[in-house]
Design a protein around this ligand. Structure first.
Ligand code: SF4
Length: 223
């Protein structure tokens, strides 16, 4: 199930890819990239244990086997591998599926992925991620993604003060429509941050998104 953003609550299959070009402190999928323990968890994950190499045909077969209309490609940062994803996405669309990319907004999407049936859910990172601004905010990528019809911009926030930083990004690069998502790896944290943000988000005319998978399954990983 897609837990976040405009498709929250919809049944889907997830393709989670390894590797990320950022290293956000509060990342909730550090097992996809944190091989040295720099994230909040302090755990140095093993790429040998976490990553599996599969041919595209096998990935396609498994995704089609879920018999759901939506495939979410996430990570890590999936657009780091976008050229290798083009045949897979083309096959999924031909089979009648829709595809959503969960991306951090630092990579310009390949034109072959900008097509009907594909949506980019872009999550530009704020200062509290701990990533340097020059790495987390890439103007050409944000502008390119903002120009793609249907793109949604999803900002992870903790406090109402974070919303000023979101406004700054929106004014500079036209990153709309805006969805504000509460940071948190537990249901209690997500609920507390959501309650603290809601009134200010509504007042700014933006959208709110829950993190349904956290409320249902907590930090338990899917299989
Ligand atoms: S961009 Fe996403 S996957 Fe990468 S470190 Fe940040 S939260 Fe984690």
């Amino acid at each position: 199930m897609q837990g976040e953003g405009p498709s929250a609550g919809r049944r889907c299959a997830f393709l989670r890819l390894g590797g990320c070009n950022l290293s956000c402190r509060w990342c909730d999928t550090p097992y996809t990239w944190d091989w040295t323990g720099v994230g909040d968890t302090g755990v140095a994950y093993s790429p040998r244990a976490e990553l599996t190499t599969m041919p595209t045909s096998a990935v396609l077969e498994r995704l089609l086997g879920f018999s759901v209309p939506l495939v979410v490609v996430s990570g890590g940062e999936p657009l780091n591998q976008q050229k290798r994803l083009i045949p897979l996405v083309t096959s999924l669309l031909a089979a009648g599926h829709r595809v959503e990319f969960e991306t951090n907004g630092t990579v310009v999407p390949d034109a072959r992925l900008v097509t009907d049936g594909v949506r980019f859910n872009v999550s530009p990172k704020l200062a509290h991620s701990g990533d340097p601004e020059t790495r987390r905010l890439v103007p050409e990528a944000l502008r390119a993604l903002a120009a793609v019809p249907g793109t949604a911009f999803k900002f992870v926030c903790r406090t109402a003060e974070d919303l000023d930083e979101v406004s700054w990004v929106v004014e500079r690069w036209g990153t709309t429509p805006v969805w504000i998502m509460p940071e948190g790896r537990t249901a209690a944290d997500v609920h507390r941050n959501l309650a603290g943000l809601a009134d200010a988000v509504i007042a700014r005319g933006w959208n709110l998104t829950p993190r349904l998978h956290i409320h249902i399954w907590g930090e338990k990983r899917g299989v």
